[in-house]
Design a binder for this molecule. Sequence first.
Ligand code: F3S
Length: 394
Amino acid sequence: MKLTGEQQKMLDGERGEAVQQSMEILVALGKIYGAAGMVPVSSAQIAGVSYKTIGEAGLEYLSDLVKKGAKVKIPTFLNPAGMDREQWEKMRVPADFAKKQILVLDAFAAMGINPTCTCTPYFIGIRPKVGEHVAWAESSAVSFCNSVLGARTNREGGPSALAAAICGFTPDYGYHLDAKRECRLLVDVRVPLKTNADFGALGAFVGPLAKNKNPAFEGLSKETANEDKLKALGAAMAASGSVALYNAKGITPEWNVSGEAERVSFGPEELAASRKSLTSADSPPQLIAIGCPHASLAEIEEVAHRVKGKKVAHQLWVCTAKETKQKADKAGYTAIIEAAGGLVVADTCMVVCPLKEMGFSCTSTNSGKAGKYLASMQQQKVVYGDVDDIIVVK
Ligand code: F3S
């Protein structure tokens, strides 16, 4: 790998131990993937923030970096943590977990990282431009960044994103290069899709077919496929098939499809079957979880509209970024949802919080990604459906 003089000094330890350790990670990655050099990145998003995910070993790793004087060089923010720092007691998060989670968040803050924990940074003003290079980690944010914004990022791991944040660059391989961004699976959508759950079902269908081909979609309507729906689609494909980039004809900034792309169609039968496959419960849910990826203001408004003046039959969380929650507070949506018995929770989500330890075993969602991960990572029975179906009101 070709390093600049300054990068070599960083690797040799002349800029401190934390920088040297980070450079070693980046150089090792670059060598594995055959990168010619490094590319500067304008922001980083760190995954591995929930204490549930990283445990004691992760906390020790972060504390060690803090001791070594690690500081980030570029705007850096976090993926959702295991709880809402302000509302963890209302969420019924165990106190010993909360104590550890706060230590993790404090370690990140000590490195100069923005304490906002969200997988939808693009809803709070962090929107890299077409062609801009970043180092983001959370899979749905990576998909949105590459596909909807047309910026460029690999699907970073927690340590590699943190290393990029500390050094200000990342190895130049994968989705940073034109060659990796071509789509080789063409999906002909032959059924009108209306809701997040429809787009999530499309994503759950395409993810396993895509393998290492990037999918491209024909037949999506520009009017319906707004940013909320595109994030639902990308998240479901990332969860079911590790898809990090897709194109949608006439909608995404890139339309880069191979002439030899494999073709597949998605019609009413596939939609019904995919929606059905995401439900595994035969009992009523204990928790309704909306906001995977983190809800936009419009999605919070939709929930508020559904529950206004009523009571929800089960516990209800709407997961979002802190900044989006503040807007929902101002608009009065949070108060409406709380009056109905629900919660708008910030900085966390149903997949990274200790759901089982909190006593939940059956959860409903309108997210294709949450549908997959609630079953596999949180051992939940899942009810999948549209907001109007899954939010049962009295
Ligand atoms: Fe975001 Fe959690 Fe879903 S990180 S994409 S809300 S699993």
